[in-house]
Write a protein that binds this ligand. Structure first.
Ligand SMILES: CCCCCCCC(=O)SCCNC(=O)CCNC(=O)[C@H](O)C(C)(C)COP(=O)(O)OP(=O)(O)OC[C@H]1O[C@@H](n2cnc3c(N)ncnc32)[C@H](O)[C@@H]1OP(=O)(O)O
Length: 205
């Protein structure tokens, strides 16, 4: 049986086409997740959908025998916040600003609901972690969240455009602090501060 490892490497043009297809797959999966939140639980259509999704998973599962390919290519296209190839990412597309800050616009739908009609607090924390880390990430290696403090000032509504912003606050050796906010209608709904650490080189651990 052919494994991911055995398959011939695609030509670069084909690779671009496959990456674009993966992005489209993620868009459709997000659409399905959203629709499944809204469908009536007594709709018999759900039985057909379950069959079709089963068949689709089987189709995909056959050639994909290992997860090593995913582990080999981690990064921004795959991560759970801004990963355009990851269906669980909203995705939030980050923009670097000339002043060094990072900004993003996002609108959350029903799959991200916590309290009735509001965004789940854990989702806000995940977004803050990610955007703060993007504002700190040095170009010379990985960085890990060591501490994240999130303050919820007001509930974050679903179906409303939100602005996320983060900036570097201070740096001391391998330790970097960043702060950021999620803003709705010009008001801060969520604010956060994080400490991010560049890990010691393996040899020094
Ligand atoms: C592609 C998209 C990427 C997006 C990434 C989003 C961010 C993430 O989700 S990262 C994942 C979540 N975080 C983790 O899993 C981190 C787990 N923790 C670790 O790996 C380690 O504890 C790590 C790397 C944070 C620190 O380890 P290490 O480099 O050995 O630290 P160490 O040398 O002991 O300490 C260095 C300094 O940091 C301080 N420090 C270490 N950990 C902490 C902490 N949790 N809180 C406060 N200070 C700390 C130490 O006191 C020390 O300070 P000083 O230099 O003043 O004495």
């Amino acid at each position: 049986m052919t494994t991911v490892e055995d398959r011939p490497l695609p030509a670069p043009e084909a690779e671009l086409e496959y990456a674009a297809a993966l992005e489209r797959d993620a868009v459709q999966l997000r659409r399905i997740v959203d629709l499944l939140q809204r469908v009536d639980v007594d709709d018999p259509l759900l039985l057909d959908v379950a069959e079709e999704l089963d068949a689709l998973s089987e189709h995909l599962e056959n050639p994909v025998e290992t997860v090593t390919e995913t582990i080999r290519n981690p990064g921004w296209r795959h991560d759970p916040v801004s990963g355009v190839e990851n269906a669980i990412a909203p995705p939030i597309i980050l923009e670097s600003q000339p002043d060094g800050s990072v900004t993003a616009g996002v609108e959350f739908g029903l799959p991200y609901q916590g309290p009735n009609s509001f965004v789940h607090g854990g989702i806000s924390a995940m977004v803050m972690d990610h955007v703060l880390s993007a504002a700190t990430t040095p170009k010379d290696g990985p960085i890990f969240t060591a501490q994240l403090t999130v303050r919820y000032h007001r509930p974050l509504p679903l179906f409303v455009p939100l602005t996320v912003v983060a900036r570097l606050k201070e740096r001391e050796g391998r330790k970097i602090w960043a702060t950021g906010e999620i803003v709705v209608d010009g008001k801060i709904a969520v604010s956060a501060e994080g400490l991010f650490i560049q890990p010691r080189p393996k040899a020094a651990r």
